[in-house]
Design a protein around this ligand. Structure first.
Ligand code: AMP
Ligand code: ZN
Length: 457
C-alpha cells in the first residue's frame, strides 16, 4: 500500500512519506478564521482533509499521524466583527469556534490532534520574527510594523509560480495595497510579519521588541507548525486560494528562519461553486450547514455531496445533489442491514481504499463502493464495508434530519420518487406516489425540494 498525492510544489503526483525516523506523518492543515459560521465551501476543504487524515491513519497506523489544524482568532476580520458588535475579541472567536466544532462534529470530521490558536502562540511568532530580523530577511518600517523582504528569499514564488505571472501580479498587488501600507513598505510585494497598533485594533495588541501590535496572518502558521511539528513537516494542505500568497509566504518565513525545507508535500483542493457561481452573500447563494439543515437535509448528505467531485477539480454544488446524496445514503443503509450479522469474508471493498490511495479520488471511491454493492455476489463482508465507510467518514447511524419521524421505508420510497421525477420518468414517479399514499403518506413537491406528511385518517 502507498498513498500517491498530487504535490502542488513539484506539480506531479508523488508518494506521501513520513520523513522522520519515528515514522509519524506530520500533517498541517490551515484552519478557519473564526468570525462567522463556516460555509459549505470551507467544509469541502475540511471534509476532504478529514478523508485524507483517515486514509493516512489507515496507511501508517494508529498513532502514526499528527494532524494539526489552527484557528485564526486574530486578524482584520475578527477584530472588525468584535468592533461592530461591541464585544471583546475573545467572546466573538469563542462563539464561532464552538459553532465550527459543532458543524465539524455533525459532518463527522475527526478533531485534529492539536488545534492551536494564533493568540496562543504570540511568543513563538515574535521569536520567529526576531530571527528573520537578525538574518536580514525582515525590516521595521517607520510606523513600527515589520515586513518580510521578499527579495531576500531567492526561492520566493516557487510554489505558486508567481514570477511567471509577475506582470499581472504586480498590478494586482498594487491595486490591493492601501496608500498607507504602500508608504511604509520598501517593496510592494513585501508582506507584514508584525502590524503596529492602530486605533481600530482597540485593546487587541501585544507588546513586542517593535512596540505594541499584532502578528500578520502568515506568520501564525509558520510559528505553530514549527512549535508543534518541527522545522520540516511531511504534508501541508489548504484550499486553492491559500497557495498564493499565504503558503508562498509561509515557505519564505519558515525556510529563511529555519534554514531547512518547510513542507515536503503540498496539497491544495479546489473550490466549491454553487450553481456554477462563486458563493457570495450578494448573490444569495452562500450556504452554511444550518441553511441546509433548515431545508431538511442531513449533514451526512452534505458530507457525501462534498465527496462526489475530485478534490482537485471544482465542485459545482446544487440542492439536487443533496437529494441524490440522501438516496445514496439510504441505499448504503439498506445494504449494511443486509450484511448485519455476517462475519467478514474477504476485503471485497478494498477498491474503495485503492481509489483514495490514488490521489484521493473520492468520486472513484464512491463509484467503487456502488459497483461492489450492485454486483451482489452474495459474499458477505461487513468488516470490509465498514472500513471503507469509515475512511470516507460516512456514518450511516446518523439519521436524515428531515426524516426523523418518518419510517425508513417511506423515506426510501420518497427518495426514489424524487429521483424518478428529476429524471422525468413521470410514470414511475406517479406509481411511487400511489405507493406512498397507500402507506399513508403524501409528498408535497416544490421546485428544489419536497416534504412528507402523513395523510389524515
Ligand atoms: P478561511 O476561514 O477563509 O481561512 O478558509 C478556511 C478554508 O476554506 C481554507 O482552506 C480555504 O482555502 C477554504 N475555502 C474558502 N472558500 C472555499 C470554497 N468556496 N471552496 C472550498 N474551499 C474554500
Ligand atoms: Zn495557514
Amino acid at each position: 500500500m502507498a498513498i500517491t498525492l498530487y504535490d502542488s510544489l513539484t506539480r506531479q503526483p508523488r508518494e506521501l512519506k513520513a520523513s522522520h525516523p519515528d515514522g509519524v506523518v506530520r500533517f498541517y492543515n490551515c484552519g478557519p478564521t473564526v468570525y462567522a459560521p463556516a460555509h459549505i465551501g470551507n467544509f469541502r476543504t475540511f471534509v476532504v482533509n478529514d478523508v485524507l487524515r483517515r486514509l493516512l491513519e489507515l496507511e501508517f497506523g494508529p498513532g502514526k499521524v499528527k494532524h494539526v489544524r489552527n484557528l485564526t482568532d486574530v486578524d482584520d476580520k475578527t477584530i472588525r466583527r468584535a468592533r461592530e458588535e461591541g464585544r471583546p475579541l475573545a467572546d466573538v472567536t469563542k462563539q464561532w469556534t464552538a459553532k465550527f466544532h459543532a458543524d465539524c462534529t455533525a459532518l463527522n470530521c475527526l478533531p485534529p490532534h492539536v488545534e492551536p490558536t494564533a493568540t496562543g502562540y504570540i511568543k513563538e511568532q515574535v521569536n520567529m520574527i526576531e530571527v528573520l530580523m537578525e538574518k536580514g530577511n525582515a525590516y521595521r518600517a517607520p510606523d513600527g510594523s515589520v515586513y518580510f523582504k521578499v527579495s531576500s528569499f531567492e526561492n520566493y514564488g516557487r510554489l505558486s509560480r508567481v514570477k511567471e505571472r509577475e506582470l499581472q501580479l504586480g498590478s494586482a498587488l498594487a491595486g490591493k495595497v492601501t496608500a498607507a501600507d504602500a508608504d511604509e513598505k520598501e517593496d510592494v510585494s513585501d508582506f507584514a510579519l508584525w502590524k503596529s497598533h492602530k486605533p481600530d485594533d482597540g485593546d487587541n495588541f501585544w507588546e513586542s521588541p517593535w512596540g505594541r501590535g499584532r502578528p500578520g496572518w502568515h506568520i501564525e502558521c509558520s510559528a505553530m507548525s514549527k512549535a508543534i511539528l518541527g522545522d520540516t513537516i511531511d504534508l501541508h494542505t489548504g484550499g486553492e486560494d491559500l497557495e498564493f500568497p499565504h503558503h508562498e509566504n509561509e515557505i519564505a518565513q519558515s525556510e529563511c528562519c529555519n534554514g531547512v525545507t518547510f513542507a515536503r508535500h503540498w496539497f491544495h483542493s479546489k473550490h466549491l461553486l454553487v450553481d456554477g457561481k462563486k458563493m457570495s452573500k450578494s448573490l444569495g447563494n452562500l450556504y452554511t450547514l444550518d441553511d441546509l439543515v433548515a431545508k431538511g437535509f442531513s449533514p451526512m448528505a452534505l458530507r457525501y455531496a462534498l465527496l462526489t467531485a475530485h478534490p482537485r477539480k471544482q465542485l459545482n454544488f446544487t440542492l439536487d445533489s443533496l437529494h441524490a446524496a440522501e438516496s445514496a445514503l439510504a441505499s448504503l443503509r439498506a445494504h449494511r442491514a443486509s450484511l448485519a450479522s455476517s462475519p467478514a469474508a474477504h476485503d471485497a471493498f478494498a477498491p474503495v481504499i485503492t481509489a483514495l490511495q490514488d490521489d484521493l479520488n473520492t468520486p472513484g471511491a464512491l463509484g467503487a463502493l456502488f459497483t461492489i454493492i450492485n454486483r451482489k455476489t452474495g459474499e458477505p463482508d461487513l468488516a470490509s464495508f465498514d472500513r471503507a465507510l469509515f475512511v470516507l467518514g460516512l456514518d450511516l447511524t446518523v439519521a436524515a434530519a428531515r426524516k426523523a419521524d418518518v419510517p425508513a421505508e417511506i423515506t426510501a420510497l420518497a427518495e426514489k420518487r424524487w429521483a424518478a421525477k428529476q429524471a422525468k420518468d413521470f410514470a414511475a414517479a406517479d406509481a411511487l406516489r400511489k405507493e406512498l399514499a397507500a402507506a399513508g403518506w403524501s409528498m408535497l413537491d416544490s421546485k428544489t425540494d419536497y416534504k412528507l406528511e402523513p395523510l389524515k385518517k
